[in-house]
Design a protein around this ligand. Sequence first.
Ligand code: MG
Length: 282
Amino acid sequence: MALEPMAIGVMLGVGESPEESLQKVLDVGVRCAQMGRPPDAWLKPAKAAELKKMIKKAGITITTVFCGFDGERYDDIPTVQQTVGFVPKATRAARLKKARQIADFAKVLGVKNVAAHVGFVPEDHTTREYKEIVRAVGSFADYLKKNGQNLCLETGQETGECLLRFIQDLKRSNVKVNFDPANMILYGSGEPIPALKLVGKYVAGVHCKDGTWPTEKDKLGTEVPLGKGKVNIPRFVQTLADLGYRGPLTIEREITGDQQRKDIVKARKLLERVRAKVLGKA
Ligand code: MG
């Protein structure tokens, strides 16, 4: 199903009950979603094929599948550095293996974009550690290439300059960006809109999320409802349009329960207004 330009979507966690998760997408009034890593049982090809049918029946388009790994924690910046993505050495090989399984799961669903938080990429690109991370992430990108898929790097834990350098060092045509402007604020990695312009040509997906800057050393800032934080959502969407981006605008609200649903519905309405203005002008 072809999506409209800047189709509004939502980040979908797949819990134990995919039917419930798919219903949550429909409940907020959207038809496209990015999907978090499902429980292991659903990664098996037969279960993935079953899920594909459910998604089709619900009339939903999955635009991206996200990798996530056991043991990842986002409590504060040192914890993220030690636990997230492909950066921690002790879990790297096992996580690459899991990432390949998630890629194959996405392939069964017919999803071309696979996204991941790499973790904190070291700022110093001359270190052996940095080169090892480039090699590891590059090997995953090569695997995805054989599947006909892209690797979308979730932004936020590094500056725009560091991310651009990392992409250039990876030297793979299927390495793209899933740009999350709020993460840059939450991690204190710099103003998101200049960073977006820097990596603009690589952007294959975005998260529409908002946040406020950290106020204490080593602590993350606070994620807030869309439009209530420091991103400047109208300017963010306008900048995407100016860069020629017409892909999905995926709302991410990292809370749970009924408040999450309410905040997502408000975010959808905000994005509908902003998009009408931006695309009307284009
Ligand atoms: Mg995000």
